[in-house]
Design a protein around this ligand. Structure first.
Ligand code: AMP
Ligand code: ZN
Length: 457
């Protein structure tokens, strides 16, 4: 299996530390707001990587963090804690904010059929290990303290910036970092911060009532669950220049080791050529896609049209194509389910080899999908091809096995209720439409309102 390693800027053969179990860490969400579909691209990539590793026979030990403290409004040590800001916006306390948006996030990844990491670790539940981690970095002489902050001293490292290959001087030019009184180098960063009076998320520590710097959680939790050196670390490309450099710096300060051997980064989802982001206010959530009549797996299909290392531009036309593609894929699959012919073993082997070659070429999903389409379109309709598609679906995660050509499955009386409800809605008879919805729910169906009318599951 070959993967692109940001560290060496090269596509490399993947050699895990332990042949039986691959250890990986993914930087997870900061749970201060709804995830947008750009964020979700990062977790679709994570899902894809997990599934490809499993397809290759590896067991996984995979950690993803949930950032619920310490991420300031700028990735550098500037601004306010995002959780505090959200708490003020919504008139809640930051712990409530974190729990609410974490649930929403977990629900989104469930809807996308994302294979969840074995360990999901919340930062606020790991303050102890973070404090121990910081203390060791201090003992090892990699920090200095100002009145309010313990800083990591990047000048103590042989080299800071191994991942992005940036020099400290380059950072000076573009940086907007406000120098805290006493910060020595532009690339130094906060690891342990004294909490102001009004700060709700704070913990007693060797330095008073404090909270951790954002980068610390990933180093400390990665160490706790995966050890000082593990196989793969993933994140978005925006993590390369600061967050991941700082994680590497902390690990060097802690154990002298590189935390991970391979660093993989997913590129951005764009809208009209610009990164989808909260600050540009050009975002969509998964729920908004659903409201517009696109089921979550359509968004997954859309992501397969591009390699994770490339930018991908979001358009409604592309979503429509992905929607049609998913319908065709399912219908093509059903034709093989009902097929009575015998497929040639050579043909199956050839498809398998080419699919494997594509996914093992740094997760080349567009090529892998082209093989899937060849199987779908093969005129020999056969159960062997159905089995092959189910095998490929271990990587795609499109839940093909649950698809049974569902229209015929819905009993006639239920179909009648749906038709009646659509009529009631067309006539703006909301009371009747609500009554029919309740009746459908009572009969065990989920009811959604879409542009195309009532959709039931
Ligand atoms: P955050 O919750 O802000 O920490 O971001 C969670 C993840 O989403 C990070 O890995 C980011 O790199 C990633 N991300 C943010 N915006 C985008 C985008 N437009 N496209 C792809 N990934 C993104
Ligand atoms: Zn991280």
């Amino acid at each position: 299996m070959k993967i692109f390693n940001t560290l060496t800027r090269d596509k490399e053969e993947f050699n895990p530390i332990n042949e039986k179990e691959v250890c990986l860490y993914s930087c997870g969400p900061t749970v201060y707001n709804f995830a947008h579909i750009g964020n979700l691209r990062a977790y679709l990539f994570m899902d894809n990587l997990r599934r490809v590793l499993k397809y290759n026979g590896y067991n996984l030990k995979h950690v993803m963090n949930i950032t619920d403290v310490g991420h300031l409004t700028s990735d550098a040590d500037e601004g306010e804690d995002k959780m505090m800001k959200a708490a003020r916006r919504e008139n809640k306390n930051p712990f409530e904010i974190a729990s609410f948006y974490m649930e929403k996030f977990l629900n989104d990844i469930h809807k996308l059929n994302i294979d969840k990491p074995e360990i999901i670790a919340r930062a606020t539940e790991h303050i102890d290990i973070m404090e121990q981690y910081v203390k060791k970095i201090i003992e090892n002489g990699y920090t200095y303290s100002t009145e309010n902050t313990v800083y990591f001293d990047t000048s103590k490292l042989d080299k800071y910036g191994v991942l992005s290959n940036r020099k400290i001087e380059d950072q000076k030019a573009g940086a907007r970092v406000e120098f805290d009184n006493g910060k020595k180098n532009i690339s130094d960063f906060a690891v342990w911060i004294k909490a102001p009076e009004n700060h709700i998320m704070k913990w007693d520590s060797f330095f008073g009532k404090c909270y951790p710097g954002w980068h610390l959680e990933c180093s400390a939790m990665g160490y706790k669950y995966l050890g000082e050196n593990f196989d793969i670390h993933t994140g978005g490309i925006d993590h390369i220049p600061i967050h991941h450099e700082n994680e590497i710096a902390q690990s060097k300060g802690f154990s002298g080791k590189m935390p991970a051997n391979y660093w993989m980064h997913v590129n951005f989802l764009l809208v009209n050529g610009e990164k989808m982001s909260k600050s540009l206010n050009n975002l969509y959530t998964l729920e908004e896609l659903e409201e517009k009549g696109y089921e979550p797996l359509v968004y997954k299909m859309f992501n397969f049209t591009s390699n994770y290392r490339n930018q991908i531009n979001f358009t409604w036309e592309a979503m429509d194509s992905a929607k049609t593609a998913l319908i065709r894929l399912r219908e093509g699959y059903i034709k093989h389910v009902n097929g009575m012919k015998k497929a040639s073993l050579d043909e199956i082997k050839d498809y398998e080899n080419r699919f494997l070659e594509a996914i093992n070429d740094d997760l080349n999903m567009p090529v892998a999908m082209s093989v899937v389409w060849e199987v779908i379109k093969n005129p020999c309709k056969s159960k062997e091809f159905k089995d092959l598609l189910l095998k490929f679906d271990e990587v795609l995660g499109l839940n093909l096995k649950d698809y049974t050509g569902n229209k015929s499955e819905i009993p006639e009386d239920i179909q009648k209720l749906v038709v009646a409800r659509n009529e009631a809605r067309n006539n703006k008879n909301w009371a009747e439409s609500d009554r029919l919805r309740d009746e459908l729910i009572k009969k065990g169906y989920k009811v959604k309102d879409t542009k195309e009318g009532t959709v039931i599951e």
